[in-house]
Design a protein around this ligand. Sequence first.
Ligand SMILES: [Zn+2]
Length: 89
Amino acid sequence: MPKEAFIDLYLLLFLLIVGIGSVAGYIYYLREKGEAWKSIQSGTCPRCRRKTILLTDRRGGGCGPKLVTYTCTECGYQNSFSIHGSCGI
Ligand SMILES: [Zn+2]
């Protein structure tokens, strides 16, 4: 096997690992975000499990996506979510 081919294979393997790693990381991130959102929707802080979640910031509006920020007054937990606004009839 020529040396160049070996290097290419090594690089390919490296890229594959990085690719899988970032996809897995993204899936994990989405799952975490989903769990946090579900928890916040029921008024519970995902970190300390207290009912002290407050909507502290809301950006955008109308028919476009909205960015909402929730903060826990008890432990300082903060998370932002982008949600799709309903246009209203
Ligand atoms: Zn909390």
